[in-house]
Design a protein around this ligand. Structure first.
Ligand code: MV4
Length: 525
């Protein structure tokens, strides 16, 4: 095993990797930008090195400097986490050329899966089902017409160089084909510098189901089952779970075999994910492969009992996987909520500021993967993901109840977060019945978007008094649980009916003895 690993990331995933290192007896070397000087990942690591100013382009994305830091400080390997440099073929190659180990797939496997059409071609060659369609760029409108008739409307135009939904156009009627093709080509050219567009049959109302795979350097390749990731908005997932209500053990077996075949063909090693669409007739189609550890990996860890990050490190160090495929069966149910600094009641606008108070849920079956603490400053330089709340229980119903309970325990004061939105999600009938697909969340946003109900003036006075009593006892809590609903109030901007001021402002205005005068000013009795 390595003696020291550089963790080329920040936030919750850096903390997650540092934890795995410590459990394996490996020293961790963190890197940080000026904005992260006092971040939890810096304190938790054995060593930390500043690598530049806040913007990622001048810090977390400067691969050459990160490699130098690793060499200067005696690290033998670099774990890239997700995002940043994790799927950059050149970085994986540069790490290897520097005599270090990249904790991830070989550069060649990243390249093989980087082009969506190349990945699609490799899938077809290896008998992995893909959506009916072409791989070659559409030569002209006549060819497009012919192929659209052949596959049948609706069809989907996709950028060959693409990914992430850019340059995608649904065409429902032949009359729209000409303008959609022009639009898709323009968008592809702008986004990727390549106007090549190909055609696929459009799948209506599918689920996003992905298969986690894990392969060692000795030819062992395992499927660790599926994750259901359909609850997403604008390609940002909000809730993930494993297993999926839509996947039978027969399907799990078929999809797992397909994913393993494709990964082998790509020369894949380490942890990776094959994304599939699962349609309403239970047909599955390969979409693309993610050549990195994913945000949602903990749900797989919970149901398989396999520590993915530890195994990433073990595999990178040359160890063999000791598991057999037939020993891997999902046990119980796991669910993850991505806690983000977004104002879900205002179009998911990013929310910034200081986290004045953080209370982390705990208790049976609860896991918190976080990169924040009381006092953290949340800015706009990085991704809004603050933490992940993950639960495990015996069944899906129990997992949802446990998640709801854990979300009620969670308090984040000072900024807006997705916490209240997740609470409403856990209470939603369709979600509880598992009636979800990739468009579900966006269709339901209006009814799920949580607008804080006004607290009445008498409640506000009670809350302010309770908070002041806490302050007098030397505690820092700035929120109060409404006994009626279990909701936490006063965190940030909870409205008060008949008052110009939210609860938090009332509280902040009150000196140790000033709350009564403030209350009087606001007409409280
Ligand atoms: C599709 C599709 C429906 N039919 N392909 C979105 C991004 C890219 N990875 C592929 N995507 C899709 N491809 C066909 N033929 C629907 C999507 C899609 C989607 C896929 C997975 C997760 C979320 C999605 C949200 C919108 C559209």
């Amino acid at each position: 095993m390595f003696s020291k690993v550089l963790v080329a990331n920040r936030g919750e995933i850096a903390v997650r990797i540092i934890r795995a290192c410590r459990e394996l007896g490996v020293k961790s070397l963190a890197i940080y930008s000026d904005a992260d000087a006092s971040a939890p990942h810096v304190r938790e690591a054995d060593e930390a090195v500043n690598i530049g100013p806040p913007p990622s382009r001048q810090s977390y994305l400067v691969g050459e400097r990160i490699i130098e830091v690793a060499k200067d400080h005696g690290a033998q390997a670099i774990h890239p986490g997700y995002g940043f440099l994790s799927e950059q073929e050149w970085f994986a190659r540069a790490v290897r050329n520097a005599g270090l180990v990249f904790v991830g797939p070989p550069a060649e496997a990243i390249a093989a899966m980087g082009s969506k059409t190349a990945a699609r071609t490799l899938a077809v060659k290896n008998n992995v089902p893909v959506v009916p369609g072409t791989t070659e760029a559409l030569a002209d409108l006549d060819v497009a017409r012919e192929l659209a008739e052949k596959f049948g409307y609706p069809i989907l135009l996709k950028a060959a160089a693409g990914g992430g939904g850019k340059g995608m156009r649904v065409v429902r009627d032949p009359s729209e084909l000409e303008s959609s093709l022009g639009g898709a080509q323009r968008e592809a050219k702008n986004a990727f510098g390549d106007d090549a567009v190909y055609i696929e049959k459009y799948i209506e109302g599918p689920r996003h189901v992905e298969i986690q795979i894990l392969g060692d350097k000795h030819g062992n390749m395992l499927s660790l089952g599926e994750r259901e990731c359909s609850v997403q908005r604008r390609h940002q997932k909000m809730v993930e779970e494993s297993p999926s209500v839509a996947v039978s053990s027969q399907h799990r077996h078929w999809m797992g075999e397909a994913a393993v075949r494709l990964a082998r063909a790509a020369g894949y090693v380490n942890a990776g994910t094959c994304e599939f669409l699962l349609d309403q007739n239970d047909e599955f189609y390969f979409l693309e492969m993610n050549t990195r550890l994913q945000v949602e990996h903990p749900v797989t860890e919970f149901v398989t009992g396999i520590d993915l990050v530890q195994w990433q490190l073990r595999i990178a160090a040359g160890e063999r996987l000791p598991f057999l495929q037939n020993e891997i069966k999902p046990r119980g149910w796991a669910m993850e909520c991505r806690i983000t600094s977004e104002d879900t009641a205002n179009g998911f606008l990013p929310s910034t500021g200081r986290i004045d108070y953080l209370h982390i849920p705990s208790g049976p079956g609860v896991r918190w993967d976080g990169g924040i603490e009381t006092g953290s400053e949340v800015g706009l330089h990085y991704d809004p993901l603050l933490a992940k709340l993950i639960v495990w229980a015996a069944t899906r119903e129990l997992a949802i109840e446990r998640m709801h309970r854990a979300l009620l325990e969670l308090t984040i004061d000072g900024i807006e977060t997705s916490r209240d939105f997740h609470l409403r999600l856990m209470e939603d009938g369709e979600f509880r019945r598992g009636e979800i697909e990739i468009q579900w969340l966006e269709r339901r946003l209006g009814s799920l978007t949580y607008v804080k109900p006004p607290v009445d003036l008498v409640d506000a006075a009670t809350i302010v008094a309770a908070l002041l009593a806490e302050r007098d006892r030397g505690r820092t809590a700035t929120s109060y649980r409404l006994p009626a609903t279990g909701e936490r109030v006063a965190g940030s901007r909870w409205p008060v009916a008949g008052s110009r001021w939210p609860v938090a402002a009332l509280y902040n205005e009150c000196g140790t003895d000033g709350w009564k005068s403030t209350a009087r000013r606001e007409g409280l009795r």
